[in-house]
Ligand binder design. Structure first.
Ligand code: AMP
Ligand code: MG
Length: 342
């Protein structure tokens, strides 16, 4: 026979056990992984690195140190850097990293038919972008300087390179992407499964967010005030890098001049695009390509995509339309008119 008292005790025991079990499950399942983050200024821009997991504090600190080491090698204005030495007529033995990025940029310069050119520095300097003393050089000055530009004139000999007199190197269009790959490698080597590396807009989204969802990366609206987004792309284990002349520019006599130079003309790239975002597995590829495709303009960028592939892209046109490649069409959201490139 059913005994109310005994039944009540039994019920209380079960309820108690369930409560203890669910409390245990709640603490073990919902315990947020340890989060570590650092915000700092390097490579002339603001950076942030966040990572989740047991080892995260050590990894974030190592990643930041790696970025700072690369900055010391590549800063065009630091008298102790390898790039400064090369640009000032010296012929130092180069580090593995410098040789690695140099050979990658030279290869990509050829592939993009010179839309990317790591020897653009003399022209960039004439426009005053390197010292923040902006000016508009005249055509003769640019024509003379363009003779000092040309990736094809860089000759390598073992771990040294020689530049013609007056030529100069600049990794400004590739260094942050390379550095983001290095940060991601540090995270992976140490077992980190979730991290967001943002090196001045060169984003690397490692794994998924700690809650298991894809990372959501906002794509800036080049015309928007107050950091508005033109769209959001959801990714995992991808670099997302945006280039556009809206990012760094000056205005003189009503005309705006941006920091991405068309190496064929010596003038800031000025075509039908406001920005280019490239999404791929490697940050250095995204960084170089976003700069190069911005120089190319929409039609050439689309042709380059069809001929080469291996990446996705988001083009924001001056017309207001957004063009995206099919590979990210499921993961891109925007209020604007979006056309899929195929
Ligand atoms: P990003 O922000 O990656 O598009 O790079 C822009 C930076 O790359 C500029 O500030 C310059 O340092 C450099 N740069 C400008 N134009 C070019 C170009 N056509 N090829 C390579 N680097 C460039
Ligand atoms: Mg770039």
């Amino acid at each position: 026979m059913y005994n109310i008292k005994e039944g009540g005790d039994y019920l209380r025991k079960i309820v108690g056990a369930v409560l203890i079990l669910s409390a245990f499950l709640l603490t073990s399942c919902s315990k947020a992984p340890e989060k570590s983050e650092e915000h700092f200024f390097a490579m002339d821009t603001y950076m942030s690195i966040e990572a989740y997991g047991d080892n995260s504090e050590k990894c974030v600190s190592q990643a930041r140190k790696r970025v700072e080491t690369l900055e010391k090698l590549w800063s065009a204005t630091d008298e102790n850097s390898e790039i400064y030495a090369i640009n000032h007529g010296k012929n130092p033995e180069l580090s593995v990293e410098t040789l690695d990025l140099l050979s990658f940029t030279l290869e990509m310069s050829a592939k993009t038919d010179g839309a990317f050119d790591a020897t653009i520095y003399p022209v960039l300097t004439a426009w005053g972008f390197t010292a923040d003393e902006h000016r508009v050089p005249d055509e003769n000055e640019l024509a003379e300087l363009l003779e000092k530009v040309g990736y094809g004139k860089v000759s390598a000999d073992g771990n040294k390179i020689t530049l013609e007199k007056g030529m100069m190197l600049d990794f400004g269009g590739a260094a942050k992407g390379y550095a983001s790959d290095e940060c991601a490698a540090i995270m992976r080597e140490n077992g980190i499964k979730s991290a967001l590396i943002n090196l001045g807009g060169n984003v690397y989204a490692l794994g998924k967010r700690p809650d298991g969802n894809l990372w959501k990366i906002g794509i800036a609206d080049p015309l928007g005030e107050n950091s508005e987004n033109a769209g959001i792309v959801a990714v995992s284990d991808r670099a997302v890098v945006t280039s556009g002349n809206y990012q760094r520019s000056f205005t003189q006599n009503g005309k705006t001049y941006g920091h991405i130079i068309d190496p064929k003309t010596g003038y800031p790239a000025d075509n039908d695009l406001l920005s280019v975002t490239v999404i791929a597995e490697e940050g250095k590829l995204c960084d170089v390509l976003s700069t190069a495709l911005f120089v190319m303009g929409r039609e050439r960028a689309e042709r380059f995509f069809r001929e080469n592939g291996g990446f996705d892209m988001i083009l924001i046109a001056k017309s207001g339309e957004i063009y995206i490649t099919e590979g990210i069409s499921e993961n891109f959201t925007s209020d604007r008119k979006v056309c899929v490139i195929n």
